[in-house]
Design a protein around this ligand. Structure first.
Ligand code: OAD
Length: 235
């Protein structure tokens, strides 16, 4: 095998064919819901009910979608690499649970998850699948009006950055799938990987903003490109 230790970053494009809207396309989520209203601490402080309703809608939509062949291929890759003595670190910017439902066991959700709630006071986290309300109480510290979606908003630090940077340092290939390369720090992973002399590959519908940083860039729908590439890696 040419590459045994692989880090993958996924974005909204991998879930697009499952029926989840991307952010920056025409008619995408940020066109219908202004970022500063629904994805910043300031927006939440101003109107927590509006913010909860936005994430309630997206959480409820998870029940109507299913993983596509791209998610399933990455589940297969995790198992296949482990059987050959390799390792996959799967990092996603997505807050859906389609990687897990597609068979991936270890997923780093650097922007949080729709199916998790966070107490802004005691930082307790708990699985959450229903509609949330601004006046809910934390099940751990019992303080009211402090429960927020466990989502990393603009201006906040993404989760598990040290783990991701260590995985990039230890890998031999970095692959970016279905992301526009518009949001840092994730958009900078390719430059980090290049500085560490790693191979880099992009799989995206069209060239991303950082496409020129990659050694190779393949364009097309993730449901086709990802299974094809996984077959190449595992053959
Ligand atoms: P974007 O909406 O910015 O980009 C989605 C990318 O996926 C684009 O480059 C599309 O061309 C590509 N794409 C669309 N359909 C595809 C398909 N079927 N197959 C392959 N690629 C496809 O979404 P992200 O890059 O994920 O952050 O956005 C990054 C972050 O910005 C999100 O995590 C979110 C957002 O603001 C937060 O909310 C903190």
């Amino acid at each position: 095998m040419k590459h045994k230790n692989i880090v993958i970053l996924t974005g909204a494009g991998i879930s697009a064919e499952s029926g989840i809207d991307t952010f920056r396309a025409a008619g995408g989520l940020w066109e219908k819901h202004p970022v500063e209203q629904v994805a910043t601490p300031e927006g939440y402080a101003k109107d927590p009910e509006l913010v909860h309703n936005f994430y309630n809608m997206r959480r409820a939509a998870l029940k109507t979608v299913a993983p596509n062949p791209a998610h399933e291929a990455l589940g297969r890759l995790e198992t296949g690499l482990a059987e050959k003595g390799g390792m996959l670190t799967l990092v996603t910017q997505n807050v859906d649970d389609l990687h897990e439902r597609g068979g991936s066991k270890a997923v780093i959700h650097m922007h949080g998850m729709l199916t998790s709630m966070l107490c802004g006071v005691c930082e307790h986290r708990w699985p959450y699948f229903e509609d949330a309300k601004a006046d809910m109480s934390c099940p751990s510290c019992y303080v009211q009006n402090t429960c927020r979606p466990d989502i990393v908003w603009f201006g906040e630090m993404p989760y598990q950055m040290e783990t991701i940077e260590a995985a990039l340092a230890a890998c031999d290939l970095f692959v970016s799938i279905g992301t526009s390369g518009a949001v840092y720090p994730a958009a900078g992973f390719v430059q980090m990987a290049r500085a560490l002399d790693k191979d880099t590959l992009e799989l995206n519908l069209d060239p991303s903003q950082g496409s020129h940083h990659f050694h190779e860039s393949r364009h097309g729908p993730a449901s086709r490109l990802v299974p094809e590439w996984v077959d190449e890696v595992l053959k």
